[in-house]
Ligand binder design. Structure first.
Ligand code: EPZ
Length: 417
C-alpha cells in the first residue's frame, strides 16, 4: 500500500505543465472502436483510468501500444464481446463502449456499471438515447443488452445534460441511417474534442459545445490521428495549489476559455489570475474573500473542481456556501478535512464552510479522485505532516502529481508501506 506524505507550509512557485485531458481521452478511446484500423492519439497522460480503458479495448480485440504520450490503437479485429461486471466496476467510464459497439456491430452487452463514491450515477439517459435510435434494450441479471438492425437517426431530448449520455448517443448515431439531433446536450469541451476526433475519421457532426448537436449518419469511418485537449480540471487543481499555499505559479498548456469558470471564482476570492495565450499565472498575495459556489454543467462551475475549492475555502476568512448540484454524494472529502481542523457543515447538497486560520496535518484517506486531490491541496497548506492513504484514487486522474508539486517547492513524497 502506498501513502503520500506532505510536510505543509511551503509556498509553491514556478512553472508547471498540464497533461492531456483524461475526460477527453476516455471517450476518444471508445470512439476508436468505430474506426477500424490504426488510430494514433497524442498527448495522452499516464493515468490509471487510461490503462483501464486500454485493457478494455484489448479485451474487445483491439491492439493497443504506448510510446510515451502517444497511444496507437488498432481496432481492425474488434468484436462485440460481453463487458463483464469485473471490467465495468473497475471504472464507470467503461460504459463509453456502449455507443460505439452498438454503432459498429448492432449489438452490445455490458454489465451495469453500478454507483461509485460520488453518487448512484444511473444510465437511464444513455438508454433513452439509444432506444430512440431503434435499439431494443433488455436489462436483466445486472447486464444491459442492446440490439438493433441498423440504427435510425432520431430527435432526442436529454432531461439532464449528461456528459456520458451525450457522448454515447453521438457514438451510436455516427453510422445510423439519417440525422440525429440531441437537444439539451452537455456542452463540455471534451465533447467538442470527441466531435473533432470523429469528424477527422469521416463522421458528420455539428454543434458540440452547444446544447443542440446534429449527427448525420455516414456509411463508415476510417482511422485517424488526434491530439487531445489539455486537462482543464488538472489546470484548475494547480490554480488552487497556488492559491492555498500563497504561491506564485505559471501554468502552461491550457485553453483559457475552458478554465474561465474557475478563473472567475478564484478572482472573486481575491486571487490574482492573469491569462495570456495558453498560459495562466496565479498569485495569492492580497486579501482573501469568502465566496459562494454552485456546481453546474459546463460552462458553469465544474463539479470536478468542488472538492479542491472546498479545501481552499476552508482556510479563507469568512463563511462560504458550496452547493453541489450535479452529484448527490460528493462531500466525502469533508470528514477528512475535519480531521485537519476544517470547520465545515454539510446539509444535503450544501456545505457551509467557515474559514479557519490554519489546517493541521493529519492522517486522511482519499475516497475518490477529486476528493484525493483536495486532500493533497489541504496538506500543502497545513501546518505539520499530512499522510494521505489510498493515493491510487489520485493516480486515476493526475499524472505524477507529487513530482509536479515537488518541482514547485512542495515537501511531498510517496512511500510504500
Ligand atoms: C463525466 O461523468 C465525467 N467523467 C465526470 O468526471 C464529471 O464529474 C461528470 O461528467 C460531470 O461533469 C468522464 O467524463 C469520464 P454525467 P458522467 O452523466 O458522464 C445524472 C472526474 O472526476 N445522470 O454528466 O458520468 C448523474 O447522476 C469524473 O473526472 C442521470 O441521471 O457524468 C449526475 O447527477 C467524476 N442519468 C448528472 O447526470 C444518466 O443516464 C451528471 O452526470 C446519466 C447521468
Amino acid at each position: 500500500m502506498d501513502r503520500i506524505i506532505i510536510n505543509g507550509g511551503n509556498r509553491l512557485k514556478g512553472v508547471i505543465n498540464v497533461s492531456g485531458a483524461k475526460n477527453a481521452v476516455l471517450p476518444i478511446l471508445g470512439a476508436s472502436l468505430l474506426c477500424p484500423g490504426i488510430n494514433v492519439i497524442y498527448d495522452v497522460p499516464s493515468l490509471k483510468d487510461v490503462e483501464v480503458m486500454s485493457s478494455l479495448l484489448e479485451y474487445l480485440g483491439a491492439s493497443v501500444s504506448r510510446n510515451g504520450k502517444i497511444i496507437t490503437v488498432d481496432t481492425s479485429n474488434v468484436e462485440a464481446r460481453d463487458v463483464s461486471e469485473e471490467l465495468m466496476r473497475r471504472m464507470r467510464a467503461s460504459n463509453l463502449v456502449l455507443g460505439p459497439l452498438l454503432g459498429r456491430f448492432g449489438k452490445v452487452r455490458i454489465s451495469q456499471p453500478g454507483g461509485c463514491n460520488i453518487g448512484s450515477r444511473p444510465m437511464d439517459l444513455h438508454l433513452k438515447g439509444i432506444r430512440a435510435l431503434g435499439a431494443s434494450i433488455k436489462e436483466q441479471w445486472g447486464y444491459i443488452t442492446a440490439e438493433a438492425g441498423r440504427l435510425v437517426g432520431s430527435e432526442i431530448h436529454l432531461d439532464v445534460p449528461s456528459v456520458g449520455a451525450t457522448e454515447n448517443i453521438i457514438m451510436a448515431a455516427v453510422l445510423a441511417k439519417g440525422e440525429t439531433i440531441i437537444y439539451n446536450a452537455a456542452r463540455e469541451p471534451e465533447i467538442v474534442d470527441l466531435q473533432t476526433f470523429l469528424n477527422k475519421a469521416g463522421a458528420c457532426i455539428k454543434g458540440a459545445g452547444t446544447s443542440v448537436i446534429r449527427i448525420k449518419g455516414v456509411g463508415s469511418l476510417h482511422p485517424c490521428k488526434h491530439r487531445v485537449i489539455p486537462d482543464r480540471i488538472e489546470a484548475g487543481t494547480h490554480m488552487v495549489a497556488a492559491a492555498i499555499t500563497n504561491g506564485d505559479i505559471t501554468i502552461q498548456n491550457v485553453i483559457t476559455e475552458h478554465i474561465e469558470p474557475m478563473v472567475a471564482k478564484l478572482r472573486e476570492a481575491g486571487i490574482d489570475v492573469e491569462m495570456e495565450n495558453n498560459t495562466v499565472h496565479v498569485r495569492a498575495t492580497g486579501k482573501r474573500y469568502a465566496i459562494d459556489i454552485r456546481t453546474m454543467p459546463y460552462p458553469g462551475f465544474p463539479t470536478d473542481m468542488q472538492p479542491q475549492m472546498t479545501a481552499l475555502l476552508s482556510v479563507t476568512p469568512g463563511t462560504s456556501l458550496i452547493t453541489e448540484n450535479i452529484f448527490e454524494n460528493r462531500f466525502k472529502h469533508v470528514p477528512e478535512l475535519h480531521r485537519m481542523g476544517a470547520d465545515i457543515k454539510v446539509e444535503s447538497r450544501t456545505a457551509v464552510v467557515c474559514g479557519v486560520k490554519k489546517l493541521s496535518g493529519a492522517t486522511v484517506r482519499a475516497t475518490d479522485l477529486r476528493a484525493g486531490a483536495a486532500l493533497v491541496l489541504a496538506g500543502l497548506a497545513a501546518e505539520g505532516t499530512t499522510v494521505i492513504e489510498c493515493p491510487e484514487h489520485i493516480d486515476r486522474g493526475y499524472e505524477n502529481l507529487e513530482e509536479k508539486y515537488r518541482q514547485l517547492g512542495a515537501d511531498i513524497y510517496r512511500e510504500r508501506v
